[in-house]
Design a protein around this ligand. Structure first.
Ligand code: NAP
Length: 295
């Protein structure tokens, strides 16, 4: 069985690593804040002192950290994976980051014979814990084929999309859909609220029809009870919107709807609501309508 190394034990990484252990892989972990490694070590993983040491002890190194610069730090920084990996090692970045930066990093690792896959995920912390993530993968097919068993330990829908960065482009597609859906849910519910119609009945009537969506069923239901707690945080979505817009600029792709969504989330960011869930987009909608959704 391949030896797995894992860097980044946040909301996502902590669930994913438990599933890798359950599947029987030997596992070495590293987290910047060392206390987050304790539960994993109790469950049977070995703790490393740096990303470099993770790579020295592993055949496949996975990371899921925050943004492009964080991935650069753990892969290419002074104590990074690149200094411990051998030619043939597979490095899998599962963070949501820039496709452009991904391609640059894949080229740098490639110069040393290290094979990189970008494999961002959808499904949230619940999917990470349950091993039901959707994983969208870019990079060489032979590396993907070798990594399939470890992907299967973490996810249910595993798709090789194409070359380096194509997994990240696919994740950006996912995030365009998520954001416009969420804004549509907020705007439509506010429309009903202004018209004085029973929101719960409206929700029940439309959620199962052609306008139904994951966002309407899950985040729409949260709005009906005034719940703005995060499944997916505003601050992470603000990052994803930046990545989407940078990528669109490269290909001269106008993104009119996403631009509106981005301005709404900028308003939330300016208000200091970065740790709320993305359904908090109801707040700028309420301001425009001059009415509380539930008021
Ligand atoms: P999180 O809970 O904030 O965890 C972030 C992890 O990255 C922590 O382990 C953190 O270490 C580490 N990290 C950040 N910057 C670092 C750096 N410069 N050097 C070393 N370690 C660093 O975030 P998360 O929710 O797990 O998300 C991780 C990634 O998955 C993000 O790209 C996010 O967009 C994506 N994602 C999240 C979700 C979701 O629903 N949460 C869903 C799909 C995709 P410390 O513990 O030391 O802070």
């Amino acid at each position: 069985m391949k030896r797995i190394g894992f860097i980044g034990l946040g909301l996502m990484g902590s669930g994913m690593t438990m599933n890798i252990l359950k599947a029987g892989f030997p596992l070495t972990v590293w987290n910047r804040t060392p206390s987050k490694m304790e539960a994993l070590v109790k469950a049977g993983a070995k703790a490393a002192r740096s990303p470099r040491e993770v790579a020295e002890r592993s055949d496949i190194v996975i990371d899921i950290v925050t943004d492009s610069s964080d991935v650069e730090q753990v892969l290419l920084g002074p104590e990074g994976v690149v200094h411990g990996a051998r030619p043939g090692t597979i490095v899998i970045d599962m963070s949501t980051i820039s496709p452009i930066k991904t391609r640059e990093m894949a080229a740098k690792l490639g110069e040393k014979g290290i094979r990189m896959l970008d494999a961002p995920v959808s499904g949230g912390d619940i999917g990470a814990r349950n091993g039901t993530l959707s994983i969208m993968v870019g990079g060489e097919k032979d590396a993907f084929d070798e990594a399939v068993p470890v992907f299967q330990a973490m996810g249910k829908t595993i798709t090789h999309i194409g070359g380096h960065g194509d997994g990240q482009v696919t994740k950006a597609v996912n995030q365009i859909l998520v954001g416009m859906n969420m804004l549509a849910v907020a705007e439509a519910l506010m429309f009903a609220s202004k018209a004085g119609v029973d929101l719960k009945k409206v929700h029940a009537a439309v959620a199962g029809g052609a306008a139904g969506s994951w966002q309407l069923t899950n985040n729409g239901a949260k709005l009906l009870v005034g719940d703005l707690e995060p499944g997916f945080k505003v601050k992470d979505y603000v990052k994803d919107l930046r990545i989407i817009m940078e990528t669109a600029a490269e290909t001269k792709m106008p993104l009119l709807g996403t631009a509106v969504v981005q301005q709404m989330f900028r308003e939330l960011d300016a208000e200091g609501l970065r740790d709320k869930g993305t359904q908090a987009v109801i707040i700028p909608v309420e301001k425009l309508a001059n009415k509380r959704l539930l008021g």
